[in-house]
Design a binder for this molecule. Structure first.
Ligand code: SF4
Length: 372
């Protein structure tokens, strides 16, 4: 059963750290974009989908008419079997929009909170304030959205560890069931990156980021949010089903400008600039910019470095069945070395990161590359 990701590349303001495929919504051809998106979705043959995730950009930057058009199409075209998530910014989530989402079967909201701290929100270029977060969660609960997740960030410029702890405590005290917590990464072409290069932005050292990560694990675990992925924590039964599709290296469609998918052994990437995407769609040309066949070796590597992100790790049995090869023959040597280094352990026939391995996950994943 496939999943589907839909990209809405518009935002009301551009955040200082953001390198996603997004554009200021002002003067954008949003109605034409929605029409093209629907045209692209029309090409999907599957009637049943495991999960659907509408992300961005900011889906809540759409007005109610645009949102209704897209949600109506999705409802008529697909049967969504498990999870239907929409990403939202707290200040854009009006009660009317939440009610609409609920009416069209959305059962999970992912709120882009990042921090509750007003000084830091301002420096990130976010449009919401602390109160908007409480209002959005309360409204989601009032209208019966079953699952609410908060996205948080840490290792922000000038952020102290006490400020980060305060964010976590405020989050766990709310009626939510899932938290994603990501360290800020300075990405090229962002405002933060340019400021940093000009000496206008101070980043604290990596040791503080490490302490913040350890503190996050401790606080969230102590409050009933168990860690199931390197950056994701959930109350039992509320793990993101859609995101697990990525980590378990399963198949999914991607629709919209700059989105990507993984179907029939191929990863594909859509044209990213909105005008080019719209033009191609209107002229009935292919909006896929690139298709990359994933051969068996690449697939085995992906299986490892995506699956090792999950706390449960990868199942040796699933690997053996999927590739009709022995895990020991392909990855036995590297795994034994990583076990000696106390970065990997095998529990219940699953290979997983140790606590120490989780702190340097990317270094461990690299060891599973077969092609270098
Ligand atoms: S972080 Fe989200 S809201 Fe901010 S610019 Fe990027 S996509 Fe838009």
């Amino acid at each position: 059963m496939n999943s589907l990701y839909i990209h809405i590349p518009f935002c009301n303001r551009i955040c200082t750290y953001c390198d996603f495929n997004k554009f200021l919504i002002k003067n954008q051809p949003v109605d034409a974009y929605i029409d093209c998106l629907i045209q692209e979705l029309d090409q999907i043959q599957d009637e049943q989908l495991n999960t659907v995730f509408i992300g961005g950009g900011t889906p809540t930057a759409l007005n109610e008419t645009q949102l209704t058009k897209l949600l109506t199409y999705i409802q008529n075209k697909f049967e969504i079997l498990t999870e239907f998530t929409i990403e939202a910014n707290p200040d854009e989530l009006t009660e009317q929009k939440i009610k609409l989402m609920k009416d069209f079967g959305v059962n999970r909201l992912s709120l882009g909170v990042q921090t509750f701290n007003e000084r830091l929100l301002k420096s990130l270029g976010r449009t919401h304030q602390e109160n908007d977060i409480y209002n959005a969660v309360n409204a989601a609960k009032k209208w019966g959205i079953p699952s609410v997740s908060l996205d948080l960030m840490y290792h922000l410029p000038t952020q102290t560890i006490d400020e980060m702890k305060s964010d976590l405590i405020k989050a766990v005290q709310m009626d939510i069931d899932h938290i994603s917590s990501y360290s800020l990464i300075l990405e090229p072409k962002t405002q933060f990156y340019n400021m940093y290069r000009k000496g206008l932005l101070q980043m604290s050292d990596d040791n503080l980021a490490k302490s913040m990560y350890e503190t996050t694990m401790q606080i969230l675990n102590a409050h009933g949010f168990y860690q199931y992925e390197i950056s994701n924590y959930a109350k039992p039964g509320h793990e993101s089903i859609h995101n697990q599709v990525y980590w378990e290296n399963k198949t999914y469609f991607g629709a919209g400008a700059g989105s990507h998918g993984y179907i029939n052994g191929e990863r594909y990437y859509n044209i990213a600039p909105v005008p080019h995407y719209i033009k191609a769609m209107q002229q009935h040309q292919n909006v896929v910019k690139e298709r990359i066949p994933v051969d068996e070796m690449a697939s085995m590597e992906e299986f490892m470095f995506l699956g090792l992100r999950l706390n449960k790790g990868i199942s040796i049995e699933v690997f053996n069945q999927r590739y009709q090869k022995s895990f020991d023959e392909v990855f036995g040597k590297v795994t034994n070395q990583l076990i000696k280094d106390q970065l990997i352990e095998i529990v219940n026939n699953h290979v997983r990161l140790t606590q120490q391995g989780r702190m340097i996950g990317n270094d461990v994943f690299e060891k599973y590359l077969l092609t270098i």
